[in-house]
Design a binder for this molecule. Structure first.
Ligand SMILES: Nc1ncnc2c1ncn2[C@@H]1O[C@H](COP(=O)(O)OP(=O)(O)OP(=O)(O)O)[C@@H](O)[C@H]1O
Ligand SMILES: [Mg+2]
Length: 229
């Protein structure tokens, strides 16, 4: 399903009553199966745009549409359900629960989605295998490297078979070799399952491998580059 941001503004009002445009007249059309990076300096608006797409923030003006459904007009409950149905999330700091094993971390959103025990087990095994961690489900996060922890978080994001993965600086805590491996895993999942990826990055070395690069500056999309990859 196509995702569309149309004339989206997000204005933050700080405590001093200063207005800051986190996003300014943002227009993005994301096709199913796209592989898209938001690139820009600190404070340019990357996280704001990702949170808007996730429905975690509502625009001050403009529209967000997913498969023709208007996210801006949904209730809070409808937006939460929409996110659970269609989206998976990957974070810079992995956000794994330290008291749960890798498998239990992957299980967590599947329980929220109401799958039965057998289905959950199958999906957890499938997801851990997809990220190259078969047999490691019983380990706790602290028994895994940073790259492996990020793989667990990717398994958690894909286990519910979403359409869209949103990732805010997913490689920022990783060394360049591990960052490259994570991007290769994203590319594999994108190719194998037509899974759409939208992520932010500072990392220039990764950008050439990304099909659609949107440069963000002062809350605006300043440039779009499409690579033939
Ligand atoms: N809750 C908030 N209240 C007020 N201003 C905010 C808020 N969140 C973000 N901003 C401002 O909006 C602008 C965009 O911030 P955003 O976090 O989207 O940038 P970013 O590109 O993700 O930066 P970074 O690379 O540092 O993560 C910045 O000027 C920031 O200070
Ligand atoms: Mg950010």
């Amino acid at each position: 399903m196509q995702f569309e941001l149309s004339h989206v503004d997000k204005v933050y009002v700080s405590s001093e009553e200063n207005k800051v445009f986190g996003a300014k007249d943002v227009n993005i059309s994301i096709l199913e199966g796209d592989f898209l990076a938001l690139v820009g300096p600190s404070g340019s608006g990357k996280t704001t745009i990702l949170n808007l797409i996730a429905g975690l923030l509502l625009p001050t003006s403009g529209f967000l549409k997913h498969g023709g459904k208007d996210i801006t007009s949904m209730t809070l409950e409808e937006r939460t359900q929409h996110r659970l149905d269609y989206m998976g999330f990957v974070f810079q700091d992995y956000q794994l629960l330290p008291i749960l094993t890798a498998a239990e971390n992957v299980e967590f959103p599947l329980q929220l989605k109401g799958f039965d025990k057998k289905e959950i087990k199958q999906r957890v095994e499938w997801a851990l295998a997809q990220v190259g961690l078969e047999g490691m489900g019983k380990r706790f996060p602290k028994q895994l490297s940073g790259g492996q922890q990020q793989r667990v978080s990717i398994a958690r994001a894909i286990a519910g078979r979403p359409q869209l993965i949103l990732a805010d600086e997913p490689t920022a805590n990783l060394d360049s070799k591990t960052a490259q491996e994570i991007i290769e895993l994203f590319l594999k999942l994108n190719k194998d399952f037509k899974l759409t990826f939208i992520f932010s990055t500072h990392d220039q070395r990764l950008i050439d491998q990304v099909r659609t690069v949107l440069y963000v500056k002062d809350g605006q999309i300043s440039e779009k580059k499409v690579h033939n990859v």
